[in-house]
Design a protein around this ligand. Sequence first.
Ligand code: MRU
Length: 347
Amino acid sequence: MKRHIRFSREDDTLLLLDQRYLPGAEKWFLCRRVRDVEEALQEMVVRGAPAIGIVAGYGCCLAAATTDETDPQWQEQLLEKMYRIAESRPTAVNLMHVVDRMHQAWRTDPDISLSDLKWMWDRLAREIHNEDISANKALGGYGLELLGEASSVLTHCNAGALATGGYGTALGVVRAAKSAGWNIRVIAGETRPFLQGARLTAYELWQDDIEVRVACDNAAALLMQRGEVDAVLVGADRIAANGDTANKIGTYNLALLASWHSIPFYVAAPSSTFDLQTESGRDIPIETRPEQEVTHVGSELVTPPGVPVYNYAFDVTPADLISAFITEKGVIRPPFAGAIQTFLDKG
Ligand code: MRU
């Protein structure tokens, strides 16, 4: 897939492939200032935990580019813009991690001029972007050891190139399998209400000539019962220190079904998605999104007017339903308690 997140230092613009229109149309969303970045994140022009983090890095660059160095308050203004970016969405920890990393780089030289900071951040934001692609490729390789050469994997939401710097976590494993010449097939759960599976996962796999078939979310149990699923492979938005994992709403359902049918349930995620400060899933904030996403399909109202709905965007899969984590440092297997920190510290 071509790069869907493009930052230009020359004219201080961030161009994002607008995922709201896929697969119907390839439109681009232009960000010049922080409020454009906030809109892009909140309205899901770009989504997926690692991609959100990468955009936050470039967002800080735009924040610096639109700050006036002659203003004696420029540091405070810049900090306020960074907080706004960090608060755009609450669940994906990559967003906070990246803003923190940009802030820490600034703190190494608190007297730095704004123009020097811009250069420093430009390099760092690109580094974060490239690191994500490399991490995805590395974890793709580790994921292979868990799958058979002819596997049918069920995935949920979109944990592919569009959700990351450009390769994918769960779909990174699929891409690695395809590159190894394996006969891998993907079942993409449609992922109501935003349809990341039906629209985005199917789109990018279809573009890359990887076998994909879309299933309604509520077909998962039947497909497992019929032996159509060899493994469930998903990404993550935040993994707590004990292994509890927040991912797109419906992931927990799949983990329960997989456990019942003795099918392995794998989570593929770079170390930037682990949040060791958060002890367990109970402490992960779950985003609620506008009701309209559930009450409407496109512009059409599909529920009786005024009937309230739930629109939790994520759920938390308890660690004991997870067969393994696939990271760029290798595979983490249960028991996870204490093991995750030790594993990630390995360097
Ligand atoms: O609301 P979204 O589309 O940002 O949710 C995305 C997911 O839940 C993905 O599965 C997750 O971020 C992993 S992406 C590699």
